[in-house]
Design a protein around this ligand. Sequence first.
Ligand SMILES: Cc1cc2nc3c(=O)[nH]c(=O)nc-3n(C[C@H](O)[C@H](O)[C@H](O)COP(=O)(O)O)c2cc1C
Length: 168
Amino acid sequence: MNLGTTIIKGRRSVRSFRETEIPEDAIRDALECARQAPTAANGQPWIIGVVKEKETLAKIADLTDHGRFIAQARACFAVFGEKKAKYYLEDCSCATMNLILGLWAYGIGTCWVAGDKKHYAVAVRDLLQVPDTYTLVSLVPAGYPADIAIVPKKDLTAISFSERFVPR
Ligand SMILES: Cc1cc2nc3c(=O)[nH]c(=O)nc-3n(C[C@H](O)[C@H](O)[C@H](O)COP(=O)(O)O)c2cc1C
C-alpha cells in the first residue's frame, strides 16, 4: 500500500457535485494524465473536449439516458476516439481512466458516463462540433463530491487466480 494505490483504491463514482469550481491547474494536470495513457502502437488516437458552460452541460445531460447529473457537474470531459484507429476503444478507455484517477488525486469526483455504443454518441459529437472521423467513447462529468455512493466490489479471490484457473 502506498499513496498511489490508496488513491486508486479509494476512487468511487460521484454523481452529486458541490458548487465549488474546479481549478484550471487540476483540469490541465488531469488532461496531462490522460495524455500519458498507453495506446496501441503509441497511436494516441483521441481528442478530449472540456465543457464548462452550464448551457452545454445541460444539453449533454439531456441527450444521455443515464447521465442526467452531468447538468450539475462543474465540468464534463468528452473523450473521442479516431474511428480509423483499430484499438481506439481500448486507447480511449485508458485515457478516460487516467483522467478519472488524475482528477480523483485532487479530490475531484467523476463518473464515467457511457459514450461508445450509445444512441446519443453522434448528437454529442455534433453538439461539440467534433469532426465525424471521431466517435464518442466516454463522458466524464467532474466536480467536488457532494455525496459518494459506495458500491460493493467482488472479493479478490473471486476475481483472480494464481497460475491456473480453479473452478469454484
Ligand atoms: C464503460 C462504463 C460506462 C458507464 N456508464 C455509466 C452511465 O452511463 N451512467 C452512470 O451513472 N454510471 C456509469 N458508469 C459507472 C458505473 O455505474 C460504476 O463505475 C459502477 O457502478 C461501479 O461503481 P464505482 O465506479 O463507484 O466503483 C459507467 C462505467 C463504465 C466503466
